[in-house]
Ligand binder design. Structure first.
Ligand SMILES: Cc1cc2nc3c(=O)[nH]c(=O)nc-3n(C[C@H](O)[C@H](O)[C@H](O)COP(=O)(O)OP(=O)(O)OC[C@H]3O[C@@H](n4cnc5c(N)ncnc54)[C@H](O)[C@@H]3O)c2cc1C
Length: 302
């Protein structure tokens, strides 16, 4: 279970003590504040704090004395213009602070996004919980035969059962030994910073993660993408749902230009122009490699 009843009670209490502010408030975001959104079997994402809204992006772009809003249509148009032309700094004026609980192997991918501020739960100071990510049956798949970096067909029932059993047994045994090593019953007890060494990468960790909207969009573009590993993608999708409520105009522009859009090379663009003129363009006369052509066709097919 991602949250204990005590943790839930703390969150409920926090949600029941609003304070007045002169700061910008995003109504869509207020409903997410503190609320934990479950991800994977024991993980979650919850918003701890945020700064700014769609109008704050326009306010920064216009370097305005007031709220920055001219009209709703104007604001959405400006945000789309900024997104389209990679004028990114106004998006950096919005920030979000999340509390995330995630398996260590997902954290290793996540931490590569350097343009954020992170504070992680200390396993030198505290004892980690006995919580391990065990994939659901429908995610237990074989190595992909077409993509070296990914999974393919689902494993058969017997093999999946065997694999899941190994994962559970190894995690349980490693945790038993972790406890046995740090125990001070009749022994000195190994330091936590050393005992954690034998814990597997599917154990859960937690961190606070603060990032501005521009860099968050970059993270979502890479990690909510179908090429990203499922286990980080589900976190990115949970965050994306929050962002679409927080800054709906900016999120729509991001979906349109970044998530749903595609970047074409000069060669690919030339092929499109030739096709529009009625020319038959093939991989052989395109000037593209087989791989580039395959991806280009994918973009055109949608
Ligand atoms: C599908 C997928 C597969 C991947 N596979 C691998 C892999 O096999 N091995 C591997 O090691 N990584 C892998 N990565 C991680 C990837 O290479 C990036 O490290 C990660 O996505 C973070 O991206 P970023 O550096 O753009 O983000 P951020 O660190 O948030 O940086 C954002 C931008 O800021 C700029 N920036 C930040 N820091 C610096 C800096 N120090 N110097 C210069 N510019 C900087 C860059 O323009 C960068 O794009 C993979 C990522 C994805 C999405």
């Amino acid at each position: 279970m991602p949250l204990s009843p005590e943790q839930q009670a703390e969150i409920d209490a926090q949600r029941q003590s609003p304070s007045q502010t002169l700061r910008v408030v995003s109504p869509g975001m207020e409903k997410h504040l503190y609320t934990a959104h479950d991800v994977l079997d024991h993980g979650f994402v919850r918003v701890i704090d945020y700064m700014g809204d769609d109008a704050a992006i326009c306010q920064a772009a216009r370097v305005s004395y007031g709220k920055g809003t001219k009209s709703v249509t104007n604001d959405e148009g400006l945000i789309r213009y900024l997104m389209r032309h990679w004028h990114s700094t106004p998006f950096e004026m919005c920030e979000i602070k999340l509390h995330v609980k995630l398996p260590v192997f997902v954290a290793r991918q996540w931490i590569r996004h350097r343009t954020a501020n992170v504070n992680e739960y200390s396993a030198r100071y505290s004892i980690l919980d006995r919580e391990f990510y065990i994939p659901a049956r429908e995610h237990v798949a074989a190595q992909s035969t077409v993509n070296n970096q990914g999974r393919g067909e689902l494993l058969g029932d017997a093999e999946a059962a065997r694999v899941l059993e190994i994962l559970k047994a190894d995690a349980g045994r490693a945790y038993d030994n972790y406890e046995a090593m740090i125990s001070q019953d009749g022994q000195q007890g190994l330091a936590r910073e050393l005992a954690r060494m034998n814990l597997p990468a599917n154990i859960y960790t937690q961190w606070y993660w603060k990032v501005d909207l521009h860099n968050l969009f970059h993270f979502l573009r890479l990690r909510a993408d179908p090429h990203a590993q499922y286990e980080i993608r589900v976190y990115a999708e949970a965050i994306a749902a929050v962002v679409s409520d927080w800054v709906p105009f900016a999120y729509r522009a991001f979906e349109d230009y970044r998530m749903g859009g595609a970047t074409l090379s000069a060669t690919a663009l030339d092929c499109v122009r030739r096709m529009v003129k009625g020319e038959t363009v093939t991989q052989e006369n395109s000037g593209m490699s087989k791989g580039e052509w395959r991806e280009f066709e994918g973009v055109l097919r949608g």
